[in-house]
Design a protein around this ligand. Structure first.
Ligand code: AMP
Length: 210
């Protein structure tokens, strides 16, 4: 099984695909967004330092993110799926240096490509259960009872950076950074149309991993 890197704008389905890949292949998901949010929720010094940046839709520094990612990667002995890292060219280079340092093979890199109009709708519909972590989307995969988790009926919550203004900023940040990353991976990269059904995308990714 190959290690996997998922690139793509916010709302392109990286998290959903990563969760399915975890279930099927037993890899460890490393989501730098989840790691950062965990620090923010726990009010750690790092969380307090980055909260404003994350809420504004900007990027946390390459040094901080790189250190978080490295820690998580060192604990991923059965392979990993990187979700949300790398997001800048220096991060892509950090990843290459890191996998060489840890004597890991080159990962398989996927780019989930999606237009701004589709992703705004997707992200605005995104909700999750604060108790069990289950994710929903009011447009694509709504809960049985509006606003409540199917499993434990907890009231669903929205991420504080999932509002239209911040989504547009996050998309612009993504657009500014992605081109050099795509060039860096060049032919190695597999581009996927992320407006398709998540199951179709999952099949396309799985076939590439054979
Ligand atoms: P995500 O859940 O991947 O959309 O990430 C949420 C937020 O966490 C982003 O808008 C950034 O502020 C921060 N973040 C996550 N991953 C990175 C990264 N690789 N580099 C810089 N900032 C990041």
């Amino acid at each position: 099984m190959k290690d996997i890197v998922l690139l793509g704008p916010p709302g392109s389905g990286k998290g959903t695909q990563a969760d399915s890949l975890v279930q099927k292949f037993g890899l460890k998901k490393i989501s730098t967004g989840d790691l950062i949010r965990d620090h923010i929720i726990r009010n750690t010094p790092l969380g307090l330092q980055v909260k404003k940046v994350v809420d504004a839709g900007s990027l946390v520094s390459d040094e901080l993110i790189g250190a978080l990612f490295e820690d998580a990667l060192r604990n991923a002995s059965n392979g990993y799926i990187a979700d949300g890292f790398p997001r800048t060219l220096p991060q892509a280079m950090q990843l290459t240096t890191l996998i060489e340092k840890l004597s890991l093979p080159k990962p398989k890199v996927f780019f989930l490509d999606l237009d701004l109009s589709v992703l705004v709708k997707r992200i605005l519909g995104r909700k999750s259960c604060p108790t069990c972590g289950r994710g929903y989307n009011t447009f694509f995969s709504p809960p049985r009872i509006e606003g409540k988790c199917d499993d434990d009926e907890t009231v669903l919550v929205q991420r504080s950076d999932d509002n239209e203004e911040v989504i547009r900023t996050r998309y612009l940040v993504f657009k500014n950074e992605i081109e050099p990353i795509l060039n860096y991976y060049g032919e190695e990269l597999v581009a996927i149309n992320a407006s398709q059904d998540p199951k179709v995308i999952f099949d396309q990714i799985s076939k590439e991993l054979l």
